[in-house]
Design a protein around this ligand. Structure first.
Ligand code: ADP
Ligand code: MG
Length: 252
């Protein structure tokens, strides 16, 4: 694997406030890379700079060999960015929205095939606002892959979703990665990061304070003598919930 994103000494100031304080990291081609950290850590700012949607203060960012200083148009062509769900025209149905994006990207796409990929094949004639929370997220992820990007950026795609919808989205993300797409994701769910991400960077107050595979980070913590205060049970409350309510999606 080789680096598809390279960030060096990235700084972002909002006025006198330093939101990102000189971070460096690389994302390897084909991996699912997690950006974790408390609210305000600087995750979205970092992603938006890499997506060319926000200006940096200083530092270097290279995406698939292109510099964000010179090659914004080339970078835009090879990335997919998940829009905030409010970004969709409320009056259009899903097929019309897909055709709209297809036209914007100048990339022919079969709407029904795309809807099938995200389990929304029956919803083509529905408007975006008529979808459940999980369906909205799946549709907005579908729109990120219309231009057949090398990299997609997902900023908290599972926030607020129920356990079944969250698992369904994990499957979708894994399917997209299986086709060779690199994925950068932010999440506040550590179980999700552990299951989904090959590597994670943990950010706090504008700095990266750890970067490794979830497995290695856990082993490193255990090696310091850390132990869980309570004996770990064979299941947790989420297992109980899924066991009682099943894996099938709701409100579908
Ligand atoms: P995260 O996504 O990790 O929650 P953000 O990147 O959204 O963090 O924000 C990092 C910090 O920068 C926060 O303190 C936030 O209030 C601040 N910030 C974000 N956007 C702006 C902006 N447009 N103007 C001023 N401050 C901002
Ligand atoms: Mg954010």
């Amino acid at each position: 694997m080789s680096a598809i994103i390279s960030v060096k000494n990235l700084v972002k100031n909002y006025g006198s406030f330093e939101a990102v304080k000189g971070i460096s990291f690389e994302v390897q081609e084909g991996e699912i890379f997690g950006l974790l950290g408390p609210n305000g850590a600087g995750k979205s700012t970092t992603l938006e700079i890499i997506e060319t949607l926000r200006n940096k203060t200083s530092g270097e960012v290279i995406v698939a060999g292109y510099s964000i200083d010179k090659d914004i148009d080339k970078i835009k062509r090879i990335i997919g960015v998940q829009l905030q769900t409010s970004g969709f025209y409320p009056g259009l149905n899903l097929i019309e929205l897909i055709n709209l994006f297809s036209g914007l990207y100048n990339e022919p796409v079969n709407p029904q095939e795309l809807l099938q990929l995200v389990n929304l094949e029956d919803k083509g004639r529905n408007k975006f606002k008529e979808l459940s929370g999980g369906q909205k997220q799946r549709f907005s992820i579908a729109t990120t892959i219309i231009n057949k990007p090398k990299i997609i950026f997902l900023d908290e795609p599972t926030t607020g979703l129920d356990p079944q919808a969250r698992r369904n989205l994990w499957d979708l993300i894994r399917n997209i990665r299986a086709k060779g797409t690199t994925i950068i994701i932010t999440t506040h769910y550590m179980d999700e990061a552990e299951i989904l991400c090959d590597r994670v960077a943990i950010m706090d107050q504008g700095k990266i304070i750890a970067l490794n595979s979830p497995d290695q980070l856990i082993d490193d913590l255990v090696a310091t003598g850390f132990e869980r205060p309570k004996e770990v049970k064979q299941a947790n409350l989420e297992d109980v919930f899924i066991n009682l309510t099943g894996h099938a999606l709701r409100s579908e």
